[in-house]
Design a protein around this ligand. Sequence first.
Ligand SMILES: [Zn+2]
Length: 203
Amino acid sequence: MVLPAAPSGVVEEIAAFGRFAASRGWVPATAGNFSRRIDGRYAAITRSGIDKGAIGPHDVAVVAIGEPVPAGISAETPLHLARYRTDPGIGAIFHVHTVASTVLSRLDEAAGAVRTDGFEMHKAIGLRTHASVVEIPVFANDQDTERLAAAIEARLGRDATVPGFLLAGHGLYAWGATAADARRHVEGLEFLLACHLEERRLR
Ligand SMILES: [Zn+2]
């Protein structure tokens, strides 16, 4: 089957987030992966092993959302595709390996979530007020990413209250209806995690 090429606008949205994430130090050593829904059937996703700060057209592959993942694509592709299948409103998914998300997900793996409360930044991830508690789900890391995707979807479902989750000792996933929404959610969640980590250090 011949897959369509990723539209140049989609490649540029992915590349733009890659440059941003690299500038913040969120994708060290080729870590992370980014995807964008093209339509109801296809998504574009970064190939594995590439410099996320210099993504070009050949670094983005098109995959069918409802079919098995072809060889040579990022091992974490099933996590992206499962989210797209569960929630048709998701248009972009960005995954980064930040220090705060990696450390806090290890500390709170047994609790199953990192909890933050009282932050103005809660509004950036869809809550109405700072006077709220956010539970960012944490899942145990698993190199069997099909099995991991099934566990994530069983817990999150279509109406996830927070637009992201953590993999223990690994990093942060966040999504949105558009690439701009997904980026805002990555930034908001990462800011919350960084503040929370700092508070725990000072306590
Ligand atoms: Zn990863």
